[in-house]
Design a binder for this molecule. Structure first.
Ligand SMILES: Cc1cc2nc3c(=O)[nH]c(=O)nc-3n(C[C@H](O)[C@H](O)[C@H](O)COP(=O)(O)OP(=O)(O)OC[C@H]3O[C@@H](n4cnc5c(N)ncnc54)[C@H](O)[C@@H]3O)c2cc1C
Ligand code: SF4
Length: 320
């Protein structure tokens, strides 16, 4: 058994100071970290509890979500009534009990649900042990990526919130020894490339402080396709945000979940949707299909190419 020491950070500076000691990791709501400790995914020497830091604010103009705000508090807050895509990405995630503990920052830093990565006995996984190989590529790829994967890793990112934030052009505000940095939410998570062990753009000596969300986005929707209707991760998901002139789309933003190592923006579709009637399902489907020209399904997940396109169209239609 490995001993882990535990401490509570008194303030943000103390948390940042603690991160300069190798082997130190942060814990917030603990809903991911405790599982990682049990599964051997992480084995820090020292855990610093940041849940008492004053980063729980939820404020407007612009909408700002403190990194330590609980998912349930954000989902129920009046400030996000004008962001249905955001509210529903939270309410369709995990369970009520988990959402009462889980934080916004922790949600963004959660890891893939690839079963090989989560295995409690060792199997080759480049994300767990770089250079060991990828068991998914030689095994079951039914839940894996169709965009942006590499030979090193074909995993997807599981956060629902991250998909909504990508479609909303949100910004993740982080703080490190050099001060504050602002990272577009759509770029916060990385593609695996040759470094699948690096999960996001957050440096090891940085803390997520808040998420800022432009808006409001009253015409928006989060559609989550899953194997059962609650307490389940997305097979695929789609976040859509539109602006309309009558029935005509003047601007559209769409991000998909469950298809890549990060939320996947459908930029070609977004351009093609300007001027399209929201009632014209065929035209919506044609525009969405443009973004699938570079889809690369794996041996077992060709179904996601069709499913994700249909989810995107349905999410667009449900924005009003
Ligand atoms: C059974 C189960 C089902 C789930 N289902 C879903 C789902 O359907 N959809 C979904 O989106 N999520 C789902 N989740 C994931 C859940 O949302 C996350 O576990 C949770 O949001 C993590 O937040 P936390 O505060 O508990 O993080 P912790 O477990 O405390 O930390 C997780 C990671 O985030 C880091 N971290 C936390 N806060 C910060 C910060 N401010 N700055 C820098 N790093 C930080 C920690 O160091 C750690 O690396 C599920 C989880 C479980 C266990
Ligand atoms: S897909 Fe990625 S996380 Fe899954 S086994 Fe391969 S390397 Fe590991």
């Amino acid at each position: 058994m490995k001993t882990v020491s535990y401490d509570r950070a008194a303030d943000v500076s103390a948390a940042l100071d603690a991160l300069t000691t190798p082997g130190t990791q942060l814990i917030a709501g603990g809903t991911e970290m405790v599982n990682w400790l049990k599964e051997g995914i992480e084995s820090p020497a020292h855990l610093v509890d940041i849940s008492g830091l004053p980063l729980t604010e939820i404020s407007t103009s612009p909408l700002r979500l403190g990194a330590l705000a609980r998912m349930s508090d954000v989902a129920e807050h009046p400030a996000i009534a004008d962001y249905p895509v955001l509210r529903d990405s939270l309410l369709r995630a995990a369970s009520a009990q988990l959402r009462n503990m889980a934080t916004i920052g922790g949600n963004l830093q959660q890891r893939t649900r690839c079963p090989y990565f989560r295995s409690d006995t060792f199997v080759p996984c480049n994300k767990r042990s770089l250079g060991s190989g990828c068991s998914a590529l030689a095994g079951d790829t039914s839940g894996h990526a169709i965009f942006g994967w590499s030979e090193s890793c074909v995993a997807t990112h599981p956060s629902d919130l991250a998909v909504a934030l990508a479609a909303l052009d949100a910004v993740v505000v982080v703080q490190g020894p050099g001060g504050e940095r602002r990272i577009p939410a759509a770029d916060f998570h990385r593609l695996p490339g040759d470094t699948p062990e690096i999960h996001s753009e957050l440096a090891s000596d940085e803390l997520i402080i808040a998420v800022e969300v432009p808006g409001p986005a009253p015409l928006s929707h989060y559609l989550k396709v899953r194997e059962r209707t609650s307490y389940e991760f997305a097979v695929v998901s789609a976040a859509a945000v539109v602006e309309l002139d009558g029935d005509t789309i003047t601007s559209a933003r769409i991000a998909l979940g469950g298809v890549a190592h990060r939320p996947w923006r459908l930029t070609a579709a977004e351009s093609a949707l300007a001027g399209v009637s929201l009632s014209d399902r065929n035209a919506l489907a044609e525009a969405v299909a443009l973004s699938f020209a570079d889809a690369r399904p794996l041996a077992d997940n060709g179904y996601k190419v069709t499913l994700a396109q249909r989810a995107a169209v349905r999410a667009l239609e449900a924005t009003r």
